[in-house]
Design a protein around this ligand. Structure first.
Ligand SMILES: Nc1nc2c([nH]c(=O)n2[C@H]2C[C@H](O)[C@@H](COP(=O)(O)OP(=O)(O)OP(=O)(O)O)O2)c(=O)[nH]1
Ligand SMILES: [Mg+2]
Length: 130
């Protein structure tokens, strides 16, 4: 079974908002673009809005589809729908107690992301730094 996930690349002034996955979660200890699993029959864009409200306390105003990545971890398979979130209401924070940070594009390379995120980070770096 493939788990459908929506995740937001939250952008502001050339910085990107990232969160640390807790050690108890799947891919714990890795940084992530905030988001979570789609409910059954829930559109990824709606799941994105719901998850970013729950996890970061923001209301998404503008989100553009970025990439869809299918990845098989040894323990589960995910289909990640990444969106670029370029307009939102509220100040993003770690609503569930997770560590969060705003990082520059270059700073993304210093963080460990789940394996599925590697092409996403590469694409962001490629586009921004050339
Ligand atoms: N949110 C998020 N999940 C990611 C990323 N990269 C990646 O491989 N994943 C994987 C980890 C998880 O297996 C799955 C997302 O699940 P999640 O743990 O965020 O789901 P959720 O917020 O609904 O949390 P929960 O209630 O099930 O704990 O996707 C990413 O950048 N962001
Ligand atoms: Mg989540």
């Amino acid at each position: 079974m493939v788990i459908k996930v929506a995740a937001g690349i939250i952008l502001r002034s050339d910085q990107i908002f990232v969160a640390l996955r807790s050690s108890k979660q799947h891919q714990g200890g890795c940084w992530e673009f905030p988001g979570g699993k789609c409910e059954p029959d829930e559109e990824p864009s709606l799941a994105l809005a719901r998850e970013l409200q729950e996890e970061c306390g923001i209301e998404v105003v503008k989100a553009s589809p970025f990439r869809v990545i299918r990845h098989d971890y040894t323990d589960k398979s995910v289909e990640l729908h990444f969106y670029e979130v370029t307009d939102f209401i509220g100040e993003p924070s770690g609503k569930e107690g997770q560590e969060v940070a705003w990082v520059s594009y270059a700073g993304l390379s210093d963080l460990t992301f789940p394996e599925a995120n590697v092409p996403i980070v590469d694409a962001l770096l490629q586009r921004h730094l050339g």
